[in-house]
Design a protein around this ligand. Structure first.
Ligand SMILES: Nc1ncnc2c1ncn2[C@@H]1O[C@H](COP(=O)(O)OP(=O)(O)O)[C@@H](O)[C@H]1O
Ligand SMILES: [Mg+2]
Length: 251
């Protein structure tokens, strides 16, 4: 039994009278590709926002790699290995794909723009960038400007930037949103391959993809965990079928 890399204990969040996270107990193991599913408004994005520190919980705690990070800033959680994908507009569209990843690596290594690094250091960072791009099948696009890429590939560049921060946990809130359905399978497949050495939690609406790729599924309804289990367990869970899967809400 592997120790969880990420846990929540009775994580609770209310916006006034509206409770959007109800005492959520959750754990994510390294090497796991887990999906978080549930109807619109179930509190999926809120849960990720609580994990990353974007919003504070009303009560409860977030444990990352054995450490209570509930009171820590977003940045210090990132430094400790909890990374979420960035919004599309954080990409530098007129820089190349590799340059975008290099900027993120510089940031991670505390390099920034100055002092001017040595040529050998530049080469090492460049190789590191291409290693990450290779994991995402993007290496052939390295010298292209981001704006030249199809939208689906641009979303992968965001994930490359997230990987440059050397996450232990990668949180992805609908990474395939807005991507033509012909491309979404490829993206999820790439993400699933990343989960061999880190933990990935993905919010995804396409149930075919979720059930094809996820090793574990958590179902959230009205801010509460309705069920957790393997795809088989979730698919055969009568409550889940009645409340969520049966209704075709995700269409
Ligand atoms: N900052 C906020 N203030 C008040 N209500 C919010 C806020 N953020 C989210 N909510 C509410 O919390 C509920 C869950 O939203 P969300 O987490 O975005 O759901 P999901 O991602 O599952 O669709 C919704 O009813 C939403 O309107
Ligand atoms: Mg959402």
């Amino acid at each position: 039994m592997t120790a969880a890399i990420l846990e929540t204990h009775a994580l609770h969040k209310s916006f006034g009278a509206l409770t959007v996270a109800q005492n959520i107990n959750f754990s994510l193991e390294p090497g796991t590709f887990e999906a978080l599913i549930g109807p619109n408004g179930a509190g999926k994005s809120t849960f990720v926002n609580l994990l990353t520190g974007l919003i504070p919980p009303t009560s409860g705690s977030v444990i990352l790699d054995g450490q209570d990070v509930t009171a820590l800033s977003i940045e210090s959680r990132v430094k400790r290995g909890m990374v979420r994908t960035f919004q599309i507009n954080t990409l530098f569209n007129s820089l190349t794909v590799a340059e975008n990843v290099i900027l993120a690596l510089d940031e991670h290594h505390g390099q920034g723009w100055r002092p001017l690094p040595s040529p050998s250091r530049r080469r090492i960072i460049r190789e590191e960038a291409y290693e990450i791009l290779g994991r995402l099948g993007l290496d052939a696009w390295g010298n292209r400007e981001v704006k030249e890429l199809p939208y689906g590939r641009q979303r992968l560049v965001e994930i490359a930037i997230a990987l440059a921060l050397r996450p232990k946990v990668l949180l992805l809130d609908e990474p395939a949103a807005g991507i033509p359905s012909t491309e979404t399978g490829t993206i999820i497949e790439v993400l699933e391959s990343l989960a061999s050495d880190l933990a990935v939690l993905i919010i995804e609406h396409d149930m075919d993809l979720v059930f094809r790729f996820a090793q574990r599924i958590t179902v959230l309804v009205q801010g509460a965990v309705l069920a957790r289990g393997t795809p088989d367990e979730i698919a055969n869970n009568d409550t889940v079928k009645a409340v969520y899967l049966g209704e075709g809400i995700h269409a």
